[in-house]
Design a protein around this ligand. Sequence first.
Ligand SMILES: C[S@@+](CC[C@H](N)C(=O)[O-])C[C@H]1O[C@@H](n2cnc3c(N)ncnc32)[C@H](O)[C@@H]1O
Length: 258
Amino acid sequence: MTTRTQDGSAGDVDYGSIGAGYSSYRRPDERIARFIAEALGGAESVLNVGAGAGSYENAAQAVTAVEPSESMRAQRPARLARAIDAVAEELPFVDGEFDAAMTLFSVHQWSDVRAGLREMRRVTRGPVVILTCDPALVRDFWLYRYAPEVLDTEARRYPGVETLSAALGDTGTVQTVPIPLDCTDGFNEAYFGRPEYLLDPAARQACSAWSFVDDGVRERFDTELRRDLESGAWDEEFGHLRRQATYEGSLVIVRATP
Ligand SMILES: C[S@@+](CC[C@H](N)C(=O)[O-])C[C@H]1O[C@@H](n2cnc3c(N)ncnc32)[C@H](O)[C@@H]1O
């Protein structure tokens, strides 16, 4: 049974508290959208679970969105369909209703990822597409030097790619998604070559892992990163990333067909 907050949030974070401003910092990136569109394989009817403010919905033709948080539903642009208030673990659709289904940056928050993915498989005739982070790779990022607690949180929250594939009948393939240097979707690794951006508290708040650590971690991160940027220490070690067009980090698409 999924527990929900007053805002309706059904995952491990309350978007009633941290959701405001999400859509300003998490704007869909058109290059990542192309990977999602390709994985959907030209499907006409697409279900988007944990749809949030509607990022990447233009990668599909006819989208049905499911989003439990009122704060996130309220950030959906008027041109998109209204999202249905429901949870992944109990989808209000009949078997095989959609050509394809997607869930983007969401599975790590669900209370029962296996149940949610079983539901997605049940209501989908074709591919189920998951955009997520591989927990085995999240610590391989410079941020681990400055805020290990944040990436330890990520590594703990993200389900392993084998778990995701197994829940979808073991037919999953895993593809690394290259992150562009000027990525518009502000998840942590999107700032791989622009460390200054993570000094903005609102940018951090748009990545839910930061809400799991205490003020001391955030303050230490801010102090130490500022110090290393001013002294040139960050650039000495990681400055090549400022000139790297894309970064292959933990961002992956898991795609499974029936
Ligand atoms: C990081 S946001 C991603 C939103 C959107 N997919 C995007 O790419 O911007 C995670 C979303 O998953 C939703 N979510 C959390 N638990 C859920 C559940 N059990 N069922 C459906 N959605 C859930 C949250 O409310 C939130 O909107």
